[in-house]
Each structure stands twice: as structure tokens, then as C-alpha cells.
Design a protein around this ligand. Structure first.
Ligand code: F0G
Length: 463
């Protein structure tokens, strides 16, 4: 195209109204939700950036495909379509459907891991870490050095540290069932992992005889960044690059609610025959027969189509550009964000933005509450409420205090993003008045989902 503006590469055929709320209504909603945005009613939210998971809009082709769903209990046609799409993309031998990513994780981990073992990853996502820790397995994060400096511009801040991986596999010889790499690295800012890094990690794992698995929820976004940023990759298609990414590993866990472009679904794919057989038995126990795995036939149809649509270059260009567009507006206004902008989300660096709030008073959580109060925007804290509680019950500050604004796929338009920028800039102006929060009540595992909190000073904003 000869023009500069990157437009949404779709027209909107079905619309869902947004209910506008007043600030007073949102203040009341926050009280009722115990200052936890997960406990809000979604209809009280104007722009919902809680997650990009399962919140996307499906295409006309996907809705049409769903009518073709074969709902047979065993051997459904829809399973074979889904299996072909996943195998074509990943090249893996065994394709096991699950209802979402964490089901793939639980099935894999309970089939492959034992108490006292260690699993390294660039950064484990919260459910990945929790599923390992629930089995008594240590989840070790080995992010590259650039990853912990939010303002540093580097092309592949999602990379794993290959030297640290080598040391980890040597130190825990015989106790590492597999290593993982998360693409893109969600908890580390939605940052991509380079092909070179995947290849290096793959070689380290091979040297130690340890399988490597990808947590590949956002494989297409990662492939796009490789195309844009890695030398020698610009002329290749996202599909070709994705194939190469998968070829570095021996299997993957997938939440198809992200780059599968579906509202529910996931899979586990493996080359190891014996491990796959154990996983299938686990699947039958809790999810369903191996040709549906807790999904409907129509879900498998939508997923088979989504996996192809997500690799479309016009789609990926628009997707990554929308995030970058908001990032540019925030950076110009001096709002500290993780740089460069990642694939599915903007991550505000709350530690840098609110230096007057100590980590023990959860600055990122407080900021996310103020964004909702002022503009009806729902985000998610990725900081010390999410990651601060240690398996032994002690409290340790998270390495970063981030507020993630995750973009649902194909849902919001540029004017929604302009509104967001306006809200964020307004909140930036309130910075000195924002106060911290405390936890009133929380469960032991994954506490951020259900914890009850309150402002330390009785109010989120001083004065
Ligand atoms: N791995 C990563 C990297 C994820 O981001 C998620 C989910 C999962 C695994 C688990 O998948 O939700 O289908 O069970 N992330 C969502 C998020 C929830 O908001 O980032 P799931």
C-alpha cells in the first residue's frame, strides 16, 4: 500500500455495545469488588484490557466453520482437521487437544514431572509456575540480562539466558524433566525470543539430553517480531518462521485463546511416543477422549481456521502496530513503559511511575485501580501481588511492578486506543496523589485472582 496509515484489515459485521459508566459508579464497583479488578462485573468496564486471552473476535470464516463441527465422541472429522492444522504448523507427532493452556500444562506436568525436580523457562507464566509448584517442582526463571531493564531498547528481550540454562541443567543433572521457553515472554513484557536464541537453547538442551518445550500461546506474534528484527528473516513468511521456531523444540503447550484466535481451546503437542501415551491417559481421566479433549467439535473447527488466519501478514502488521501506536503516545508523554512495545500488550512500569509507593504497597496494583476509577479501563497487575508470595509462604518483591494493558485480538479500533491514551495521560497527571494498597485476605496459590485488597490510607487518591 502506498499510504502510511495501517488500518484494521477487517470490516465489523457484528457489534457488541459498550456500557458507559460514571466515575461514581466505578468507585462503587471497586468497593463491591474488594479492590480487585478480577472481581468486577465486565459490564462495568468501558475498555477491557484485562487479558488478550479468549477475548478476541472470530472471523466470518471461523463462525461458518463452526457449523461444520462434527460432534462425534470419538474420531470426529473436526479432530482430524484440527490435528492436520497443528501438525502442519508445528511438525510434532502427537497432537492432544485440551480446553485451554493450563489443562495442557497440568496434563504434561503431572505426566512428566516428579517432586523435587526443576523446570527452567525464560519466564514461567503464573499458571505454569503454579501448576509446577503444586507438584513440588521448582519453576526457575532464566531471563536474559536485558529483560529486567524496562526502559532498555533491545530487539529480543524475551530471550532465555543460554549460559544460565547450561548451568541449571548441569547443576540439576537428572532432575530436569524438560526445559521450556515462552514465546512471546508474557510476564517479561510480551517480548519476543529470537530464532538464534531458540537454536542456542535447543543445542544446550540437546547437549544435556533434556527435551525443550515451547509455551507457544503467542507464536505468531513472536514470528512477526523475528521477521521484523532478526537479520536474514525479513523475506520469509510468518508461517515459515513459526515452523523454524517449533523445529527447535520437542513439543509445546498452547493456549489457543491467544494466537489460535478462539474464545476457548488449547493443545499439547509432543514427539515423545511414551510421554504422549501417558498424557492421553491423563486427558481421558479429566478432560475427555483424545479426539476432543474437553472441546466441542465446533471449537476444533474454529481453531483449525484461526491458526491459519493468525499468520496473515496484514493481520500481524495491524496487531503489532496498534500496540506500538499506544506505546508511542505514552512515551511521548513521559509515561514509563517496557521498551520496546511487545506483541499483545503495553506494560507500564509502575515502579518508575510511582516511586513514592514501596513495593510492599503494591504500586502496580494501585495504578491499575486508578486507571479503572478514572477511565473505566481494566488492566492487570503483573507485580508483587501476582508473584510476591513464595511457596514457603514468605513475601518477596517481584523483579518488576508492571501494569499490563492487553489487547484483545480484532476487537478495538484506533479511536478506542486514542481514548485509552487520553485516560492514561490523565492518570499520569495524578501520579503524586496515588496511594498504595494492602492485602486484606488472599488464598495461598494464585492469590491475585481472588484476593481482597484496600487502599492503605483509606483512599486511592490523596487530597
Ligand atoms: N502460558 C502463557 C504464556 C499464558 O500467557 C497463559 C495465559 C497460559 C500459559 C495459560 O493459558 O489461560 O489458556 O489456561 N495467559 C492469560 C493472560 C490468562 O492473561 O496472559 P490458559
Amino acid at each position: 500500500m502506498p499510504f502510511q496509515t495501517i488500518i484494521e484489515p477487517f470490516r465489523i459485521k457484528t457489534v457488541e455495545p459498550i456500557r458507559f459508566t460514571t466515575r461514581a459508579e466505578r468507585a462503587a464497583a471497586l468497593q463491591a469488588a474488594h479492590h480487585n479488578l478480577f472481581l468486577l462485573r465486565a459490564e462495568d468496564v468501558i475498555i477491557d484490557l484485562l487479558t488478550d486471552s479468549g477475548t478476541g473476535a472470530m472471523s466470518a470464516a471461523q463462525w461458518g466453520g463452526m457449523m461444520q463441527g462434527d460432534e462425534s465422541y470419538a474420531g470426529a472429522r473436526s479432530y482430524f482437521r484440527f490435528e492436520a492444522a497443528v501438525r502442519d504448523l508445528t511438525g510434532y507427532r502427537h497432537i492432544i487437544p485440551t480446553h485451554q493452556g493450563r489443562a495442557a500444562e497440568r496434563i504434561l506436568f503431572s505426566s512428566a514431572c516428579a517432586r523435587g525436580q526443576v523446570v527452567p523457562n525464560n519466564t514461567h507464566f503464573d499458571t505454569t509456575r503454579a501448576n509446577l509448584e503444586a507438584l513440588g517442582v521448582a519453576a526457575v526463571d532464566l531471563r536474559c540480562a536485558e529483560a529486567t531493564q524496562p526502559s532498555l531498547l533491545a530487539p529480543f528481550k524475551g530471550n532465555i539466558d543460554p549460559a544460565a540454562l547450561d548451568r541449571c541443567l548441569a547443576d540439576h543433572r537428572g532432575r530436569v524433566p524438560f526445559a521450556m521457553i515462552t514465546v512471546t515472554n508474557n510476564s517479561g513484557g510480551g517480548q519476543p525470543v529470537s530464532l538464534a536464541n531458540l537454536r542456542e537453547a535447543s543445542a544446550v538442551c540437546r547437549k544435556h539430553g533434556v527435551p525443550l518445550l515451547l509455551d507457544c500461546c503467542r507464536f505468531a506474534e513472536n514470528a512477526w517480531f523475528i521477521k521484523q528484527r532478526e537479520p536474514g528473516q525479513a523475506h520469509r513468511t510468518p508461517f515459515e518462521i513459526a515452523r523454524d521456531m517449533f523445529a527447535c523444540a520437542d513439543g509445546c503447550t498452547m493456549s489457543a485463546k491467544k494466537d489460535g484466535l478462539v474464545n476457548i481451546g488449547g493443545f499439547l503437542a509432543l514427539n515423545d511416543d511414551e510421554l504422549a501415551a501417558r498424557c492421553r491417559n491423563q486427558l481421558i481421566l479429566t478432560e475427555g477422549f483424545p479426539t476432543y479433549g474437553g472441546l466441542a467439535g465446533y471449537d476444533l473447527e474454529a481453531l483449525a481456521i484461526g491458526l491459519k488466519e493468525v499468520l496473515d501478514e496484514d493481520y500481524l502488521r495491524y496487531r503489532i502496530r496498534s500496540v506500538e501506536y499506544l506505546g508511542e503516545k505514552l512515551t511521548a508523554a513521559g509515561v514509563p513503559i517496557v521498551q520496546p512495545t511487545g506483541g499483545h500488550a503495553i506494560y507500564i512500569d509502575a515502579k518508575a511511575m510511582l516511586p513514592h509507593i514501596p513495593q510492599s504497597q503494591y504500586p502496580a496494583w494501585a495504578l491499575s485501580l486508578v486507571l479503572y476509577l478514572e477511565g473505566g479501563v481494566r488492566s492487570v497487575e503483573i507485580g508483587s501481588v501476582m508473584f510476591g508470595r513464595q511457596p514457603d509462604g514468605s513475601e518477596k518483591p517481584a523483579p518488576m511492578e508492571l501494569v499490563r494493558l492487553a489487547f484483545p485480538r480484532r476487537v478495538y479500533t484506533q479511536s478506542h486506543v486514542d481514548y485509552l491514551a487520553e485516560v492514561l495521560l490523565h492518570v499520569n497527571g495524578l501520579k503524586p496523589r496515588i496511594r498504595g494498597v494492602k492485602i486484606i485476605q488472599a488464598p495461598e496459590l494464585l492469590r491475585h485472582f481472588t484476593a481482597r485488597l484496600a487502599p492503605v490510607d483509606g483512599s486511592l487518591l490523596a487530597g
